[in-house]
Design a protein around this ligand. Structure first.
Ligand SMILES: Nc1ncnc2c1ncn2[C@@H]1O[C@H](COP(=O)(O)OP(=O)(O)OP(=O)(O)O)[C@@H](O)[C@H]1O
Ligand SMILES: [Mg+2]
Length: 312
C-alpha cells in the first residue's frame, strides 16, 4: 500500500509588495511512496523538500494538484492522529521543559497521565537526551538537543508513519548515530518513515527507495540500489587485480565483450559488462601472473548520482 500519493503537485509562493514576487517551488510533482520502508526525499537547497513535507502535513496548501497520506486527503484531521512529524530545525514554546513539552503533546493525543510519563521517559531515552536536561527549559537547549526533543515528540502517539525533515541536522556524530539507530528501529517495528535529507551517508545507510528533487520536479526515483547501478540491468562488475602491468594486459582484456581497463598503482580495475565474461578475464590475469583482489557490482557513488540529478 502507498502511504503517500502525490499527483501534479505545484506550489507557487507569492511574496513581496502586492504579492508580486512569485516563486514556483513545486512544479507538477508526481510521487508514490510505499509503506513499510524508509523513504528518502533528496535534493539540494531550495529543491522543494520542505515545501513537499509541509503540504503533506497540511501546514500550507498547494497551488495545484493533490496530496494523500495513508489513503486520506492531506487535510484530513483524523488521519493526523496516525502520523508523526518533526519539522526542519524544530522550534517549540521554549519556556516549557523537555518533560513538559512531551506531556503537552501526549495530552493532545489523549494519553492518560501514566502513559504520558512512560512514553516521555522511553522516548527521551531513545533519542539520547540526558536525564539531567529533561527538566530544563527548551530555551536553554542547543540545536542538537532541540532536534532530539523534536524527534521524540513526533513519536508520542505511536504513529504508523513519520515525517522527518532533515532529521540529522544539528546533531553531533553520536547524535547522528542515535537517530540513525532509532530510524532503523522504527522500520523494524513496521513504522513507515518519510525523511528529507542531503546527507548522503545517512541516505546510503538507511533509505530503501529515494526520490531526487530538482527545482520542484522529480529528477530521479526508485530503489536506491537500482539508481546507483551503472547500467540498466545492473550487471556490470568491477574486477580489481594486483600484480599485473595494466598496459601489458590491456589489449587482451579489452578484446573481451566490451570490457574496459583502468590502470591503478599496483594493477588494474577492469569493468566487464556481464558476469559471463569473468572467467575469460581471470584467465588473462592469471596468465600474466596477477591476482584477483576484489569483484563488485559497478556502481555510481551516491554523490555522483546526486550531483548529476540535482544540478541544472
Ligand atoms: N515561505 C516562503 N515564501 C517564499 N518562498 C519560499 C518559502 N518557503 C520556501 N520558499 C522557496 O521555495 C523553494 C523551495 O524551498 P524549500 O524550503 O521547499 O526547499 P528545501 O528543498 O527544503 O531546501 P533546504 O535543503 O535548504 O531545506 C525555494 O526556492 C524557496 O526560496
Ligand atoms: Mg528544507
Amino acid at each position: 500500500m502507498n502511504v503517500v500519493e502525490i499527483e501534479g503537485l505545484s506550489k507557487m509562493y507569492e511574496t513581496g509588495f502586492l504579492k508580486k514576487k512569485r516563486n514556483l517551488a513545486l512544479d507538477g510533482l508526481d510521487l508514490q511512496v510505499k509503506g513499510g520502508q524508509i523513504f528518502g526525499l533528496l535534493g539540494g537547497n531550495g529543491a522543494g523538500k520542505t515545501t513537499t513535507i509541509k503540504i503533506l502535513m497540511s501546514l500550507i496548501f498547494p497551488t495545484a494538484g493533490t496530496a494523500r497520506v495513508l489513503g486520506r486527503d492531506a487535510a484530513d484531521v483524523a488521519m493526523h492522529s496516525r502520523i508523526g512529524y518533526c519539522p526542519e530545525s524544530p522550534y517549540f514554546y521554549d519556556y516549557l521543559t523537555a518533560n513538559e513539552l512531551m506531556d503537552y503533546f501526549g495530552r493532545l493525543f489523549g494519553l492518560d497521565a501514566a502513559a504520558r510519563k512512560r512514553k516521555t521517559d522511553e522516548l527521551l531515552t531513545e533519542v539520547g537526551l540526558a536525564e539531567k536536561d529533561r527538566g530544563r527549559q527548551l530555551r536553554k537547549f542547543s540545536k542538537g538537543m532541540l532536534q532530539r526533543v523534536g524527534i521524540a515528540q513526533s513519536l508520542i502517539n505511536d504513529p504508523e508513519l513519520v515525517f522527518f525533515d532533515e532529521p540529522m541536522s544539528g546533531l553531533d556524530p553520536i547524535g547522528r548515530r542515535d537517530i540513525r539507530d532509532l530510524i532503523a528501529g522504527l522500520r523494524a517495528k513496521g513504522v513507515s518513515v518519510f525523511m528529507s535529507t542531503h546527507i548522503l551517508s545517512d541516505t546510503e545507510a538507511l533509505c530503501d527507495d529515494v526520490a531526487i528533487l530538482r527545482a520542484g520536479r522529480l529528477a530521479a526515483s526508485g530503489k536506491l540500489g537500482d539508481l546507483l547501478a551503472k547500467d540498466d540491468a545492473g550487471r556490470s562488475l568491477i574486477v580489481e587485480v594486483q600484480g599485473v602491468k595494466a598496459d601489458e594486459i590491456r589489449g587482451t582484456v579489452e578484446f573481451i565483450g566490451g570490457a574496459t581497463l583502468e590502470a591503478t598503482p599496483d594493477g588494474a580495475n577492469i569493468t566487464i559488462l556481464d558476469e559471463s565474461d569473468l572467467d575469460a578475464v581471470l584467465a588473462v590475469i592469471r596468465k600474466a601472473g596477477g591476482r584477483l583482489t576484489r569483484v563488485e557490482p559497478a556502481k555510481l557513488s551516491l554523490e555522483e548520482l546526486f550531483v548529476r540529478d540535482t544540478s541544472a
